[in-house]
Design a protein around this ligand. Sequence first.
Ligand code: GLN
Length: 276
Amino acid sequence: MHHRLDALYGSGEVEAITRMVMDEVLHYSPVDTVLRAQNDAPDFFDAKLAGIISRLEKYEPIQHILGVCTFHGHRFTVTPATLVPRPETEQLVDLVIDENRDSEDLRVMDVGTGSGCIAISLARALKFAQVSAIDISDEALRVARDNAQALKARVDFRQADVLTMPLWPARSLDIVVSNPPYVCQSERAQMERNVLDYEPAAALFVPDDDPLVFYRSIVRQAAHALDTGGRVYFEVNRRFANEVAHLLSSHGFINATVHLDTFGNARFVTAHICQD
Ligand code: GLN
């Protein structure tokens, strides 16, 4: 795969793609791939690989080509209707789990669930959690429901637009988590073709003149619906982490904290509701 794709993707990325292809198509682990390097791959593999390479040359994301993606140790179906789950978002899930692993029966809401990766990973990891999730896209919700069923996670998925929906019931939640659209239209120029040409724009972009549009609605809902000690966990655009923290502080939240991702970017904001 290297000679044709290195110029387009760089050799490190091609390594990662190769591991995914070997795993998904041949069920080879990285060790199997080395051990069986001298053996001929099964007959079907060459044709399959040629098809995959020609789609990669058109910048189609490997997760769309294979139809799957690993997130937080689970195998999720992904389609063009949902964002491909990102590694940063696994860190968002870890933040929630780290702070709540000893609690039981938590009521969790995931806003803009997409493939369901956050909601399902939390439903699997937290003890007896009651997880709900909303998304504006019916197509995304179909993918999310299929994922929940395949992964035996119980999540209540509903179609809703967080910008216009009625207020959630008071004190009905313990955790609100979201990775809403946060990329400004003006940032498009720095994005890769595999994102711009193949991923759903509605899951990514916000207007330059109102980049916090989703956070404002979610914070308003969360301030009303969180019970005493309830918490918010957001993934954010690194340019606006401080603004999101400020938004939370000005709506009655305490301990608003910015967390870095593994690349050192301000990527998450968490806070507690101060209510008694
Ligand atoms: N991190 C994603 C990207 O850079 C954006 C996710 C989002 O808008 N919520 O493509």
